[in-house]
Write a protein that binds this ligand. Structure first.
Ligand code: KG4
Ligand code: ZN
Length: 591
């Protein structure tokens, strides 16, 4: 509406609206849904972080955990602490000091470069990416054997853990043995409950968790051949991040059972549990892709398990992060998403194509994409050429929406085939899905290749892909190829380096020669991905994370345990940090 046309009454209304919006300042996603976003941008009203406005979010549309982005509400800065001696654990593999010959030469010319300096960089408000080093346990929580530890003996060398997961819309329970054998598992998905609402409704999710949790515990126990919780040795439960009222269902159940049966209790971080799944090797039936895109029955193999330290790509409905996993409880976030998570983008794209809904969108898109041509629709690869390790899927999502609209329009005008009434036919949908997926994966490859180069210098040669989206077969295939490509490139770089050292013979560059010798010994890049059913939320990941903690001698005080919708990574109690360091240092190596 042109400003000149605003009457006195309209102006009063506009002023009122402006005042109300300034008072409420709803989160950016709500702005987008209500169309107030443009209004706020025009009037320069910054959106508040979403958690502050939980009341505005009756449903969580598809990007289910984006209210739980890696940044805490008070942590709007990214920090990259310097200390490099923190990196070296006694069990860590040899650290490779060679870069490419050119980068190494450049680095060497800088005198006294003692690693990166502490930097605090403003990264935005609504969806700030909190990169830096973090631990999932604050020293205050990190108590050795706080509520007891499982007892093992030479006759009974393994202990068993009951794991409970209720952080979002899956009620997962499992009994896992400390050597990684899954004894029993049960899962109740709420997909059908939330389908009609287009997103997870927290109240409904809580009620659904509450109504099935006891039967899920019973089912997991009976599959494990156990008559009661009294037969497990410890209990683990997800306490954050997640939907608070949902987390509480699992947490209170676990606390009650631990109290009743006098069992050690372990509080588990949901994202850490996803990452640690890479350390649980499992027998899986690999499904191999044949040339036409069809599937054939695969052979039974055991998926490899990751050894610390490893690089992890965590891709789920609410997160998209690259982390260096140094040990249990010790992580470094190299990059996160600036806007949408990959799972969220998949789910929204699926909704546009009217296939699958909510968290079923990702698998539906994957299936459809198998029948499509990935080059059919031109879409932009996000952040191409950007030198950081962050992700952004909002632009791709919008470009995809525009592409869908364009195709529908051209069908209406009769320029293309398609079904009557501008509806997309199956093949067009498949082409769109394949094009979306191909570009979405290219963005992953682009960021990961950089991250791999960066962490190679720290002796890392394992890439783990975890979280719900890791179930995607196309992603697995392309990232496996990326590992091969990077291994070949690294070999070439080492060769170049060797040639350079030989050329400089007599110069006495013993350090460079030693570094090459180390690089030679490091293996090729290996991809580790849990079996698809263990990528999405489940009870096994919680039980396994608890096992990893218990094996290091940690448990939590159940009476003091609360849930954390957001789990801040940076609230360490500095006084006890040394103690924690010492305890964690010993726990690396093979799971
Ligand atoms: O880890 P998860 O179960 O829950 C969260 O922690 O968010 O991940 C769920 C996400 C959903 O967005 C779902 O669409 C996506 O993982 N997903 C997939 C596939 N399977 C699950 N995305 C793409 N391809 C798949 N096969
Ligand atoms: Zn998850």
């Amino acid at each position: 509406m042109p400003v000149a046309a605003v009457s006195g009454r309209h102006f009063l209304l506009l002023t009122h609206a402006c005042f109300i919006v300034m008072l409420l300042r709803p989160p950016s996603s709500t702005l987008a849904r209500t169309g107030l976003g443009g209004f706020c941008v025009a009037f320069r009203i910054p959106p508040l972080p979403r958690a502050t406005h939980a009341a505005f979010l009756p449903t969580i549309p598809t990007g289910r955990r984006d209210i739980m982005s890696p940044s805490s509400p008070i942590s709007f800065f990214s920090s990259t602490p310097a200390s490099s001696n923190e990196e070296s654990s006694p069990r860590a593999p040899p650290t490779e000091h060679t870069g490419t010959s050119t980068t190494r030469r450049r680095k060497r010319s800088k005198s006294g470069a003692g690693g990166p300096k502490l930097s605090r960089e403003f990264v935005g408000i609504a969806k700030a990416t909190d990169t830096g080093r973090f631990r999932t346990y604050s020293a205050a929580q990190f108590k050795k054997g706080a509520s007891g530890l499982p007892v093992t003996s030479p006759e009974r060398p393994y202990f068993t853990v009951l794991g409970i997961e209720t952080s979002c819309d899956d009620t997962g329970v499992a009994v896992v043995r400390s050597d990684g054998v899954i004894l029993g598992e049960a899962l109740a998905s709420q997909y059908q409950i939330h389908e009609q609402w287009g997103g997870v409704v927290p109240g409904l999710a809580r009620d659904a968790h509450a109504s099935v949790i006891d039967s899920m515990v019973q089912e997991a126990l009976s599959k494990a051949g156990m008559a009661s919780v009294g037969e497990v040795d410890a209990i683990g439960v997800t306490v954050g991040p997640g939907l608070e009222i949902c987390l509480r269902v699992g947490c209170e159940t676990a606390k009650g059972l631990a109290e009743l049966h006098k069992k050690p209790f372990v509080a588990v971080h949901h994202l850490e549990a996803h990452c640690l799944m890479a350390r649980l090797g499992q027998p899986v039936v690999e499904v191999e892709e044949v040339e036409e895109g069809a599937q054939v029955e695969g052979k039974k193999v055991t998926s490899p398990s990751a050894c610390f330290p490893f690089l992890a790509l965590l891709v789920s409905g609410g997160h998209c992060m690259i982390l260096e996993c140094a040990n249990v409880g010790r992580y470094r976030v190299l990059g996160g998403t600036l806007d949408d998570a990959l799972g969220e983008a998949y789910d929204k794209a699926a909704r546009l194509l009217e296939v699958g809904s909510g968290a079923a969108g990702g698998p539906a898109m994957e299936l459809l994409a198998r029948e499509g041509d990935p080059t059919a629709v031109l879409l932009p690869v996000p952040m191409k050429g950007k030198k950081d390790l962050n992700f952004s899927y909002a632009g791709l999502k919008n470009a995809f929406r525009m592409a869908v609209t364009r195709v529908i329009e051209s069908q209406r005008k009769g320029e293309r085939g398609g079904e009557k009434g501008g509806k997309l036919d199956h093949q067009t949908k498949a082409d769109l899905a394949a094009s979306f997926q191909s570009v979405a994966i290219e963005h992953l490859e682009d960021r990961l290749e950089r991250a791999m180069k960066e962490s190679e210098g720290r002796g890392i040669r394992t890439l783990a892909v975890v979280g719900g989206v890791a179930a995607n077969h196309a992603i697995r295939t392309r990232l496996r190829a990326l590992c091969e490509k990077r291994s070949v490139a690294r070999m070439r770089e080492v060769e170049e380096e060797r040639a350079w050292v030989e050329e400089m013979e007599g110069d006495g560059d013993a350090a460079a020669a030693a570094a090459i010798a180390v690089a030679d010994k490091l293996p090729a890049w290996e991809l580790v991905v849990p079996p698809p059913r263990l990528c999405t939320d489940n009870g096994v990941m919680v039980a396994w994370a608890a096992i990893e903690k218990l094996r290091l001698g940690f448990s939590d005080v159940l009476q003091e345990q609360d849930v954390h919708a957001r789990w801040p990574f940076a609230n360490l109690d500095k006084r006890k940090e040394d103690e924690m360091e010492e305890l964690v240092e010993g726990g690396g190596g093979r799971p």
